[in-house]
Design a protein around this ligand. Structure first.
Ligand SMILES: [Zn+2]
Ligand SMILES: [Zn+2]
Length: 336
């Protein structure tokens, strides 16, 4: 890795935040953060754990030590924090464990994803399959989507979590923890003085992915928008550092833009449901033709928006007879 992909930020209180990108998947770049307060060295997120990504993580640390000194080595970590239980953020933990025995921390609602991964994967996959079936995705497409979903997750082996990141409690290294459920149940943002590691809660360009809470509790658009409003109230954030993409120079206006994009997607969803529509139908109208993993992302995103409107009585199920008579019916939604 060339050192020009490294970035260094210094907080108002003089703490250093280093960051470099890794290729988590073929089409997804993730950010690694290393925070140094002069006494403690903290790693935030680890990449996906795929071989290329591990190699880039190691190369990133080699570039860090070459540029800023031998202290910034994987072997010198005092703590490893995982911002949320998505594989592109925690998948590198088994690799990092080869170099560091530093304690691993995550929010309690994502602990099982790290520590009981196989069990969690089986249960989550079953709930996802049920969602796809009720969303009106035909069986042969469901099978393809499930194998895409499970592929990267097969690389990971469960690892014990050593401590929990809790709202209002300082994390080791003295960062303030904010629980921001929605994108992921245990999503946290970490405040380091005037800077906020926003993880996947707030990103510079992409509107963070949403999935319905019918698949996983503590996800869903309602929780997400509540979390967005809570982070918006934090005063004095001068820079947002996301789990992907470039730094966010104005998190407050970025939050407004994200909220606006969901609002307009909700309006489109409601508009599409003037006739009874399955989630698969709505997804096709919202996102057009998409391929492979993006089909799954589009369906989950649509599911989150339909669920939000359904929970609030804006949409209702139109085909009650079918729902009554079948164990896994396709639900068709229509304006109330
Ligand atoms: Zn994520
Ligand atoms: Zn991510």
């Amino acid at each position: 890795m060339s050192t020009n992909t490294l970035q260094k930020f210094t907080t108002a209180a003089g703490r250093c935040i280093y960051t470099f990108p890794v290729q988590a998947f073929a089409t997804l770049v993730a950010n690694i953060y290393v925070i140094d307060d002069g006494e403690r060295l903290t790693l935030v997120d680890t990449g996906s754990g795929l071989p290329d990504c591990n190699q880039q993580l190691q190369a990133g640390f080699a570039a860090l030590t070459a540029e800023y000194g031998p202290r910034l080595d994987l072997a010198n970590l005092d703590a490893i924090l995982v911002t949320h239980g998505h594989i592109d953020h925690f998948g590198g933990l088994p690799f990092v464990r080869q170099f560091s025995q530093a304690p691993i921390g995550v929010h309690v609602l994502d602990r099982r994803v790290l520590s009981n991964h196989q069990e969690r994967q089986v249960v989550a996959a079953r709930r996802l399959e049920n969602f796809l079936e009720m969303a009106g995705v035909p069986a042969k497409h469901r099978e393809a989507l499930m194998s895409v979903y499970l592929w990267a997750k097969g690389f990971y082996r469960s690892i014990p979590v050593d401590f929990l990141l809790e709202e209002g409690e300082p994390a080791p290294g003295n960062f303030q923890v904010f629980h921001a459920p929605g994108h992921c149940p245990g999503q946290v943002c970490l405040r380091v003085d005037d800077m906020l590691l926003t993880a996947d809660h707030i990103l510079a360009r992409i509107t963070p992915h949403q999935a319905p809470e019918s698949i996983t509790n503590h996800m869903g658009l309602g929780h997400y928008l509540d979390s967005l409003a809570r982070i918006e109230k934090l005063p004095g954030i001068t820079l947002g550092l996301g789990g992907h993409e470039e730094p966010i120079t104005d998190i407050y206006s970025r939050i407004q833009a994200i909220r606006h994009s969901h609002q307009s997607r909700l309006e489109k969803t409601w508009d599409i449901c003037r006739e009874p529509r399955s989630i698969a139908d709505v997804s096709k109208e919202l996102f057009g033709h998409v391929e492979s993993y993006h089909v799954l992302l589009a369906l989950e995103e649509t599911g989150a928006h339909v669920e939000y409107l359904y929970q609030r009585g804006e949409l209702v199920a139109a085909n009650l007879d079918e729902i009554e008579q079948n164990t896994h019916p396709v639900i068709r939604y229509v304006r109330a």
